[in-house]
Design a protein around this ligand. Sequence first.
Ligand SMILES: Nc1ncnc2c1ncn2[C@@H]1O[C@H](COP(=O)(O)OP(=O)(O)OP(=O)(O)O)[C@@H](O)[C@H]1O
Length: 301
Amino acid sequence: MTVLVDCQGLTKRFGHKAVLQQLDLQIHAGAAVALVGANGAGKTTLLSLLCGYIQPDHGRVEVLGHQAGSPALNGRLGALPQDAQFDPDFGLAMQLHWLARLQGMSVAKSRQETERVLALVDLTAEAGSKVAQLSHGMRKRLAIAQSLLGEPELVLLDEPTAGLDPLHAKALRDCIQRLSAHCTFVISSHNLFELEQLCGTVLMLEQGRIRQQVAQVSETAVLRLQLCQENYQSLLPLLEQLPGFVSWQCTSPLQLELQYDAVTASDFDVQLLQVLHQQGIGYRQLSRGQSLEQQLFQSGG
Ligand SMILES: Nc1ncnc2c1ncn2[C@@H]1O[C@H](COP(=O)(O)OP(=O)(O)OP(=O)(O)O)[C@@H](O)[C@H]1O
């Protein structure tokens, strides 16, 4: 698998404060990678190091086989910085066009790319407007458009949907999902629901290091079943007989968590609903998976 990011022994201090300490990290090409951690954990610092905006005190940062910040990464690495700024007095399309030209694109290619990325973030109608005329959310979408110029192989997004209305946040998630077929995203966000939908791997930053790595793709799938009544004991032996059944766990008085083999029993949920119906057992909700929140904060690690 292609290694896109390779960090070894990365240490970054601000004054006496060590934000990253001997951090090792490898990111491979493929499904989007989430970066999570408390406020001040160092997510933006790590992304800034990968972009070469700041330098490490110790350690090595390689991106796409080059030292971070190398001109060789122009057009191959895209980034949405947390505090991305544009000149308020110039038009959107004009500024994207300049940025594309700075990446080395021809005039024609720059125009084409500008149109493409503005369409991706639903800003085509505002192409001629000045940045000063845009709302906060529109500026954010413009910054995202900028990160996608030139179809980079790796795109680092620092809190991409923060400040976006729900409709545009969803549109952006759909866009990231579509583009993920050809490009690897690293997304820093506090929105675990969003990361759950978008990312194959979740990296949790704590005390300067990658504390946990959660792979979300698994052969064992989980269903959460919220029941209406507590006397469901008769149900358990029937569940255990269902093809693909792996285990059950009672997570609260009315909630069961069921594990099953997602490869051989893709219709396990249908079978489960049939058993509930046959037994006359009412349920409130059936949902998929162990939430990312549970995986990160209830696994004891
Ligand atoms: N330029 C700087 N000078 C001094 N301290 C800094 C600087 N940049 C970041 N820090 C400190 O480094 C720590 C990590 O900050 P960083 O912005 O990387 O965290 P974060 O995980 O992105 O946080 P948040 O979730 O709040 O965005 C914080 O304690 C912050 O105060």
